[in-house]
Design a protein. Structure first.
Length: 202
């Protein structure tokens, strides 16, 4: 599944569908976050070799095929709350593309994709306050990074592949219908919450 955004002339691509982009994407992520390229390659190779929902990697491409933004989903983004998984990680948007809705489109795409892959809830850790709230993420608790630095931990339901009848997930922000969606999400996935109490932590 790829998603084109004609108004923005961009395309969001899951790298599992475009393995040829994994090399350039690994180099791009490494350049942005200072983590060795080999680490990203290893994670992406694991994604291609496994049929599991995690890990996943995504890039947003411009009209010339250049990478404008990207993010991944891994089991744990180097913090002590191993029970709150999987984690969105490595979100980065190139400076000229910021404040244009690119991050929000990528976050929505990932939540929809993970929902289709059977993941009910996503988490992330960040040092930012106020950014992820704009896109419907809810602060859960503080976590401790592997570098012993405190981090804010957020939670968001993945988007259901089958929204309630008459209620379409379009361009509206999740915050516009969070109460209704949260209720429907809980009812739909209640068996998972009952068998995985950690999903309700915080």
């Amino acid at each position: 599944m790829e998603q084109e955004k004609p108004n923005h002339r961009i395309k969001i691509v899951p790298l599992r569908n475009r393995p040829g982009l994994c090399g350039p994407a690994a180099a791009w992520f490494s350049g942005k976050w200072g983590i060795p390229e080999a680490e990203y390659r290893r994670s992406m190779e694991g994604m291609l070799q496994k049929s599991a929902a995690v890990p996943q990697w995504y890039v947003t491409l411009g009209g010339q095929g250049e990478i404008l933004a990207g993010a991944g989903v891994i089991e744990n983004d180097f913090h002590n709350r191993k029970d709150l998984s999987p984690n969105l990680c490595a979100l980065f948007v190139e400076a000229p593309c910021r404040c244009q809705g690119v991050a929000g489109m990528l976050l929505d795409f990932i939540r929809k994709d993970l929902g289709k892959l059977g993941i009910p809830v996503l988490y992330l850790v960040t040092g930012h306050t106020g950014f992820y709230e704009k896109y419907g993420w809810r602060f859960v608790t503080m976590a401790m990074g592997d570098d012993q630095q405190p981090l804010r931990l957020y939670q968001s339901p993945a988007f259901s592949p089958s929204p309630p009848s008459g209620f379409a997930l379009t361009s509206a922000r999740i915050s516009d219908f969070s109460a209704f969606h949260d209720l429907g999400f809980f009812l739909e996935h209640s068996h998972q919450f009952l068998h995985q109490p950690s999903l309700l932590a915080g």
